[in-house]
Design a protein around this ligand. Structure first.
Ligand code: ADP
Ligand code: ZN
Ligand code: ZN
Length: 720
């Protein structure tokens, strides 16, 4: 519900804005949050219900953060109640007290310290735990982020090798700062520039090529902030919170690092939240939702890989954590540091407009060159498998030189279509009207749009033929083909299917780094944040898909992805090579990526955006609707359109909101529901916000709004 409710406090009740109360709601009791006080109400006082119980004497959030949430609710057109509930750890939503948190800390016993790898030979996980604790005591939450399970902890504790430790052990243990190599000249310049701006609000964009040592810059700046007794909030993409990241932060900073990630249980989450809120935790490292954590003494926010799509929540409260970080930094008057090798166009436009400070790192910190990129024209190749002859030859060479090769293909499964050779029938998801993907290993057909599964048919549904053939290829097929082509070199596949088990991803990456595999096949999971020092050749098996997308951001995304994947190569200093397989070697940005690099492609694509008046030079919001009955969806959006157009006439004098005609989404049917959308475009974000504020009440009140499922997406990530 897009509204707040009035209640009457008892004179003896001490109510604080931002605190929790229990109130009667309908026939139930519910926990609510006080968002404001007033001396009047639209309702007669006699009709107001009383507050049943007050939970908090002090606000859950400081006023600046509560203001941020209220702003976010208005900006993203999301009910304030849901925004606050989203920001609140579950245990607090249920009425528990924040101090109820207990943190589980483990340390080595003398017996544990005396063990060597021989004693745990058959239990590598146990040895890993002992090794981790050699550097000092750690929280269970930190251990679990490094792939240690509760079962392993219990088993090792039973042997008497580890024991629970007091919280104070954490601070003593973290101070194991090994000496760091000196910062490079470029790093020093960036660090100095950033450290001169630690007072008040500012935004800096650190654009550094992959391997240029951005993390080192963050760490040196963070150390200065921490030395002043202040806290740092660090956001990383969903997949970026790796054991390596964590140990790097611990070793460099020598302080306790709190973690927020999806693997935490409710107590651990609350514990980190509370430690951050009271100011005792110097650093909080987390994914998207960590932006909601209160910090008593915030001194700096860092957003790593700021271009990453995982910062945008894709359902419910559709916020963009990077953008909220900008607002939060402004509210709390602290500096914000955004870092990326491939900055988002939004941030580049802010640099261009003079709103962000721009710092660059153009060289690899540990030496070595960026890989050379070359396109392989597939039109002239005879294809005997998924990869063309020049690519196979190049692989052969790099493998003979004892290097690793990474083959990137952003499509899981064996083949995206399973087709009848005799009549052309293909297995299709009835709920999405899209072909099923054949997963040979699981022996299933899986719909990648709604996740529905079915057994692989032996016969064509239409003509009964048994000649069903795979069309197109996914990573599973690529893995099989490459293993057949290069039987002497072990191949590993890294995608969501091969890493379903907890820790599987970490283990596979570790095996790759140890050199167990020579050929890596994988999806974008491979693109993010991992160093594969021995990879000297990167193959992009299919570039062309992105050239056909109708999303205006497809070019930006593909260039980011290609640059990030390429950046995995040659980190140990050897000259590395990237080969793009394409039917369109003359395409402008395929050309530019080869000769000039991300920055230049970005400038060219940005110029196109400016010309076309698209984001970041304009604002977009989308209203999406879906239902089993397509006419209802169309009708709902048509009526929304007329409400919006009518109101837009008023706004148009100032800002000019264009209300686009509703139409089917690119994927019109998903999980049995028909999907349509309506887009709003304006030169200014404020114009769209104003228009939506004026009209959503009416749109929401219509009868059809109760029948179809719909939502508003402000600054949408996907627009088709
Ligand atoms: P980025 O985040 O920009 O991709 P990283 O921070 O991961 O880069 O650094 C890349 C590599 O360079 C890492 O192995 C890191 O240890 C190393 N490195 C960073 N700074 C320096 C430095 N000043 N001297 C030597 N090596 C460095
Ligand atoms: Zn058939
Ligand atoms: Zn489906």
């Amino acid at each position: 519900m897009r509204r707040i409710f009035d209640y009457l406090p008892h004179p003896e009740q001490q109510i604080v804005v931002g605190g929790r109360v229990r109130v009667p709601f309908g026939r139930r009791m519910m926990i609510g949050i006080v968002v404001g006080e007033s001396d009047h109400s639209e309702w007669p006082v006699e009709q107001l219900k009383a507050i049943d119980e007050v939970f908090d004497q002090t606000p859950i959030w400081p006023p600046s953060l509560l203001d941020l949430f209220k702003w976010a609710g208005r900006y993203y057109q999301h009910p304030i109640g849901e925004v606050l509930s989203h920001a609140l750890p579950k245990k607090l939503r249920l009425g528990e007290q924040p101090n109820s948190a207990d943190i589980e800390v483990w340390q080595l016993t003398e017996a544990g310290a005396a063990q060597d790898s021989q004693s745990t030979k058959r239990a590598p996980k146990q040895w890993q735990l002992l090794e981790l604790l050699k550097a000092g005591a750690q929280e269970r939450a930190t251990l679990s982020a490094q792939g240690v399970t509760g079962a392993t902890i219990q088993a090792v504790a039973k042997k008497g090798w580890i024991e629970p430790a007091p919280l104070s052990a954490l601070n003593e243990s973290a101070c194991c700062q090994p000496t760091q190599p000196p910062a490079t000249t470029e790093q020093s310049i960036a660090i100095t520039a950033l450290c001169s701006r630690l007072q008040g609000f500012s935004v800096s964009l650190l654009e550094g090529i992959t391997g240029s040592g951005k993390t080192r810059v963050y760490l040196d700046v963070m150390a200065q902030v921490i030395a002043k007794g202040k806290q740092v909030l660090v956001l990383v993409p969903e997949i970026g919170l790796t054991p390596q990241t964590l140990s790097r932060f611990r070793n460099h900073l020598g302080v306790r690092i709190g973690l927020v990630h999806s693997g935490l249980n409710d107590s651990e989450r609350l514990a980190a939240w509370q430690a951050a809120r009271t100011g005792e935790l110097p650093v909080l490292l987390g994914t998207r939702s960590a932006i909601f954590t209160p910090m008593a003494n915030l001194g700096l926010i860092v957003v790593d890989e700021e271009h990453d799509g995982s910062y945008k929540q894709q359902d419910g409260f559709r916020y963009q954590a990077r953008d909220l970080a900008v607002m939060r930094a402004r509210n709390e008057q602290v500096p914000l540091l955004l870092g990326s090798a491939t900055p988002s166009f939004e941030s580049l436009a802010n640099v261009e407009a003079g709103r962000y400070q721009h710092l660059t790192l153009t060289e690899r910190a540990a030496g070595g060159q960026l890989p050379q990129i070359a396109a392989i024209d597939m039109r002239q190749q005879v294809m005997s498998g998924p990869l063309s002859a020049p690519i196979i030859n190049a692989m052969e060479q790099h493998l003979q030189d004892n290097n690793q090769v990474l083959v990137f293909l952003n499509r899981r499964g064996f083949s995206p279509v399973l087709l009848c050779h005799e009549c052309g029938w293909f297995a299709e998801c009835q709920r999405c009207n899209r072909p099923f993907t054949w997963h040979k290993g699981f022996r299933r057909l899986v719909c990648h749009h709604c996740q529905v599964e079915r057994p692989v048919p032996h016969q064509c549904d239409s003509c009964g033929s048994t000649q069903l053939v795979p069309v197109g290829q996914g990573t599973e097929q690529l893995e099989e083909a490459l293993q057949a082509q290069f039987p002497q070199y072990p191949v590993v596949r890294i995608d969501r299917d091969s890493t379903r088990r907890k820790d599987a991803f970490e283990n596979l990456v570790a095996d790759v780094q140890r050199g167990h595999y020579r050929i890596l096949v994988g999806t974008q999971m491979l693109a993010k944040g991992h160093d594969f020092a021995d990879v000297t050749l990167v193959i992009i098996a299919d570039v062309d898909g992105a050239l056909f997308s109708s999303d205006f951001r497809a070019g930006e995304r593909m260039c980011q992805l290609l640059t990030q994947v390429s950046g995995r190569a040659g980190r140990a200093g050897q000259q590395a090579q990237v080969l793009l397989q394409t039917h369109y070697p003359d395409h402008p940005w395929v050309q530019q990526l080869q000769t000039e690099g991300y920055q230049q492609v970005a400038q060219a694509l940005l110029a196109e955006r400016k010309q076309a008046q698209l984001p970041p030079y304009a604002a977009i919001a989308i209203i999406r609707a879906e239902a089993n009955d397509e006419t209802k969806v169309a009708e709902f959006l048509a009526s929304a359109e007329s409400v919006l157009s009518e109101a837009a006439r008023g706004v148009n004098d100032k800002g000019g909101v264009i209300v686009m005609a509703p139409g089917p989404c690119a994927m019109v049917r998903k999980a049995g529901r028909y999907r349509w959308q309506l887009a709003l475009l304006a030169p200014q974000k404020s114009a769209i916000q104003q228009l939506l504020n004026q009209t959503l009440g009416e749109i929401e009140g219509s009868k059809l709004a109760q029948v179809v499922r719909w939502h508003v997406d402000v600054d949408p990530h996907d627009t088709v």
